[in-house]
Design a protein around this ligand. Structure first.
Ligand code: ABF
Length: 217
């Protein structure tokens, strides 16, 4: 079974958590499978709140209404992928650059179901370069502060987020205390969002594998 088939397996298993209403929908290739699967039961939901322009486009192409979070109120369910997860379901996200909206929708949702292939489960977060969304004028200032924290920030040149900001990908971090590092990086002036999701981790992690979908809580 290839990696994409494992992603599809996890995405299809997440359908079991859909109970109608408005669904929070994330971004990425695993979520694309979830959107395609959601289209099959679109009559059972009111619509979706989307975390990116890319997901919005895909949802609309399937005829799934895309709603504004300001109009829906809090959501019962958010389904999204991740770049890494540890066993406590603390995540690194933002490889696709949509981390700020993803963190907002996660915060506004009662249950966060994360979907991934099994390669995303790690012992210690940080082998995947940590994305940090930054206000453009603060890029160098934030980069220096990240070096102080022991990382090697690399500007994702040519990439602009849906919010008009920049991304620094921080290499060489071994994240032993994800909650503390999330708070520290959030406190740097000019940081919009750090891609550590530890203060609000996932509630459920579904991992696709050759042995079938495995669920961690
Ligand atoms: C988003 O998509 C992320 O925050 C993460 O960066 C990425 C996961 O991508 P994929 O599902 O393509 O592996 O959810």
């Amino acid at each position: 079974m290839d990696q994409d088939a494992m992603k599809r397996q996890a995405a299809e298993a997440a359908l079991a958590y859909v109970e109608g209403g408005v669904i929070g929908v994330g971004t990425g290739s695993t979520v694309n499978h979830f959107i395609d699967a959601l289209a099959g039961i679109k009559g059972q939901i009111e619509g979706a709140v989307s975390s990116s322009e890319a997901s919005t486009e895909r949802l609309k192409a399937h005829g799934i209404p895309v709603l504004d979070l300001n109009a829906t109120g809090e959501l019962t369910l958010y389904v999204d992928g991740a770049d890494e997860s540890n066993a406590r379901l603390q995540l690194i996200k933002g490889g696709g650059g949509a981390l700020t909206r993803e963190k907002i929708v996660a915060a506004a949702s009662e249950r966060f179901v994360c979907i991934a292939d099994e390669s995303k489960l790690v012992d210690v977060l940080g082998a995947f370069p940590l994305p940090v969304e930054v206000i453009p004028m603060a890029r160098s200032h934030v980069a220096r502060a990240l070096v102080e924290l022991g990382g090697t920030p690399v500007w994702r040149d040519g990439f602009v987020t849906d919010n008009g900001n920049l991304i620094l990908d921080v290499h060489h971090l071994e994240i032993q205390d994800p909650v503390a590092l999330e708070q520290q990086i959030n406190a740097i002036a000019g940081v919009v969002t750090v891609g550590i999701f530890a203060q609000r981790p996932a509630d459920v992690l579904i991992l696709g594998s050759a042995q079938g979908a495995r669920t961690l809580t």
